[in-house]
Design a protein around this ligand. Structure first.
Ligand code: SF4
Length: 66
């Protein structure tokens, strides 16, 4: 299963863990919550993205896989 799309649900509580776990993809914006950095090639980051999603305390990291 390859990750095709990543986005953050409004449930995000701005804890910052996603940026700690995968700074290549996630960036915490003060007052806005975590954002997904645009234009990133996910192919070499599959495990880090999935680990970040599993570590999110409110399951706010959403993934589309094919
Ligand atoms: S780990 Fe989850 S709750 Fe925390 S900043 Fe990232 S998306 Fe938001």
């Amino acid at each position: 299963m390859a990750i095709k799309r990543v986005w953050i649900d409004k449930a995000c509580v701005s804890c910052g863990m996603s940026e700690v776990n995968c700074p290549e993809v996630f960036k915490l914006k003060v007052g806005e919550g975590a954002k997904v950095i645009e234009g990133v090639d996910y192919r070499s980051l599959q495990k880090k993205i999935k680990d970040a999603a599993e570590s999110c305390p409110v399951q706010a990291i959403m993934l589309d896989e094919d």
